[in-house]
Design a binder for this molecule. Structure first.
Ligand code: ADP
Length: 554
């Protein structure tokens, strides 16, 4: 029996009769006791009767004793349930004997116990059996004994009727309990089936999560780790050899992209994700030992509930160690080669300039020397770009902000580009304030302006126009470089700032370049806390917009 039905049983009335498994000997014992008490009370009440096996009371005692003996001796647990109905029937017979000479006697109330018992055992049939047994064993004998008066008739029929009604009441109560029990069992079967399905799905998703080669973490809105897959547990062992408390933001052997500077709490990907930030490719290193440490590229997405409120975050940690190590080797190679190229190039430039200063050179030698100088300059620019691009991978470019007149910087850059524009009949114009003092790194910002203006000239066919504008927009300064050139395909705009990317058009037309300028430009602008955007239409031109904060704080 379930707890639920047990509670129902005790609500109905509790006690022996309503117990989960009524014991015949216990019930019979109660009945015998009640009967004995009835006889004693009748004696005490002054009634005199002969207690012999020939008197009706004596017979009632005999029948009760017989029933009690059967209740005690028969193996009820091995007999069918209905067999024990014999005992309440004998009890009804005993009540009949007890009241045979007076159907109105109070002893007739004893019939209620066997009536309950029958209702409990046989349900609605028990009520019918009670009615028939009451009429046959209690009503009829008393009527034949004391005669058919209206009072006797009423008592002889009412007692079985009341008993049958009591039996019916208990039968329907137990029927209700049984139905409830069945419903409960049905619900609990459904529940365990659903739990089984959920448990199976959990095992399947755990297996899937554990099989992927990406570390996965799910945080709740308070920052507690809800789920961590096997791959991420490996990373956590490297980052936290002394253990992890299961909450976001714990400091450990977690370093920035340079692999050296330890992340502060605010820089930890988990803490950023908890602030609701969503990001991709946040590079970190985990582990203290350079031989075993791993480089991870982290992405984070917010998890939202049905109402769209922040409910936590999911983070994915991709192992990019091999890629980062290869990148480092490549950058080391590029910077050492660039450094090696720098010295001979400086010397080529220097001696070419010296040669050019001589008055005794024939005209064609001057022309050839100019070609040497132009190409040496190109090589020098390339070397500088290569060195910068190698730096970008080591982390954000270091900028040295000082108060600078941006109007002067832009004006000088435009003036320096004027000969190249004139050579291809491009109308180059500059509009901006006389003076605009901002906090920037002068050399880096000059590089930005040079790159954008030289690109605009390079990618604009002869007789086109390049307009450079400088203006203040709130707390930001805006530099606009607009051209009427070849334009950039919408599909290419995402790749524009990727290193070594060049448009097919630029390649086909053999326009000089290696695809480093814009990636360096973007990095410098972002290091100033600024942004760079582009609007473009193929064949009509492009407009690059750079916005940086006036005070140098992004
Ligand atoms: P480079 O000019 O050396 O190729 P950049 O990084 O400066 O390298 O530019 C990358 C590519 O973007 C160029 O190859 C070109 O295809 C495209 N691009 C840059 N600026 C412009 C522009 N103003 N108009 C059209 N295309 C441009």
């Amino acid at each position: 029996m379930t707890d639920h039905t047990r509670r129902d049983a005790s609500r109905v009335g509790g006690g022996l009769l309503l117990a989960a498994d009524p014991q015949p000997h216990a019930l019979q014992g109660v009945f015998a006791l009640l009967l004995a008490m009835g006889i004693v009370l009748r004696t005490v009440g002054g009634e005199s009767f002969v207690l012999s096996t020939t008197s009706s009371i004596g017979l009632a005692v005999v029948v009760t004793l017989l029933a009690s003996a059967l209740a005690a001796l028969l193996p009820w647990d091995r007999l069918p349930v209905w067999a024990s109905a014999l005992l309440p029937l004998l009890d009804i017979a005993a009540v009949g004997l007890l009241t045979v000479d007076d159907p109105t006697a109070s002893s007739s109330v004893f019939i209620v116990l066997p009536a309950f018992w029958l209702g409990r055992l046989l349900g609605r049939t028990g009520a019918a059996v009670t009615l028939v047994a009451g009429l046959v064993l209690v009503g009829l004998p008393s009527l034949s004994e004391v005669g058919l008066t209206p009072t006797n008739l009423a008592a002889a029929t009412l007692v079985p009727l009341v008993a049958a009604w009591a039996s019916l009441a208990i039968a329907s109560n137990f029927e209700q309990v049984r139905v409830q029990q069945e419903e409960t069992e049905h619900h609990s079967a459904e529940l365990s089936a659903a739990l089984e399905v959920i448990e199976h799905q959990r095992r399947v998703s755990d297996a899937i999560l554990d099989s992927v080669d990406v570390g996965l973490v799910l945080l709740d809105r308070e920052g507690a780790y809800q789920a961590v897959n096997r791959r991420h547990r490996d990373f956590m062992r490297l980052a936290y050899p002394d253990g992890h408390a299961g909450r976001a933001g714990q400091l450990g052997h977690v370093f920035g992209p340079d692999g050296v500077s330890m992340l502060t709490r605010a820089q930890m990907p988990t803490v950023r994700a908890l602030e609701g930030e969503e990001f991709d490719d946040c590079r970190i290193w985990v582990g203290e030992d350079p031989l075993t440490s791993r480089a991870l590229s982290v992405s984070a997405r917010a998890v939202r509930d049905d109402r769209g409120s922040f409910a936590g975050a999911a983070l994915a940690y991709n192992d990019v160690t091999d890629f980062m190590r290869a990148l480092r080797v490549k950058d080391d190679f590029i910077s050492s080669v660039s450094h090696e190229l720098r010295t001979p190039l400086t010397s080529i430039r220097g001696y070419s300039d010296l040669l050019l200063d001589r008055d005794d050179l024939p005209a064609d030698a001057v022309r050839q020397l100019a070609v040497v100088i132009r190409n040496a300059e190109r090589l020098q620019r390339l070397v500088v770009d290569l060195l910068h691009s190698a730096q970008i991978d080591m982390g954000p470019i270091q900028v040295d902000r000082v108060r600078s007149d941006l109007a002067l910087i832009v004006g000088e850059a435009v003036a320096a580009a004027a000969p190249a524009a004139t050579a291809t009949h491009i109308d180059l114009s500059y509009t901006g304030p006389e003076r605009l003092v901002v906090m920037v790194d002068q050399d880096r910002i000059r590089q930005v302006v040079d790159n954008l203006v030289s690109n605009a000239i390079k990618y604009t066919p002869p007789n086109g126009r390049v307009d450079v504008r400088l203006q203040v927009d709130g707390s930001r300064v805006e530099l606009v470089v607009a051209d009427t050139g070849i334009g950039i395909d919408a599909a290419d705009r995402d790749r524009l700032f990727t290193r070594f990317w060049r448009s097919r058009h630029a390649e086909e037309q053999s326009i000089q370049g290696v695809g480093l300028g814009l990636s360096i430009t973007k990095s410098i602008v972002e290091s100033h806390g600024g942004r760079i955007e582009v609007d473009s239409e193929v064949g009509r031109g492009s407009t690059f917009r750079v916005r940086v904060p006036v005070d140098g704080r992004g």
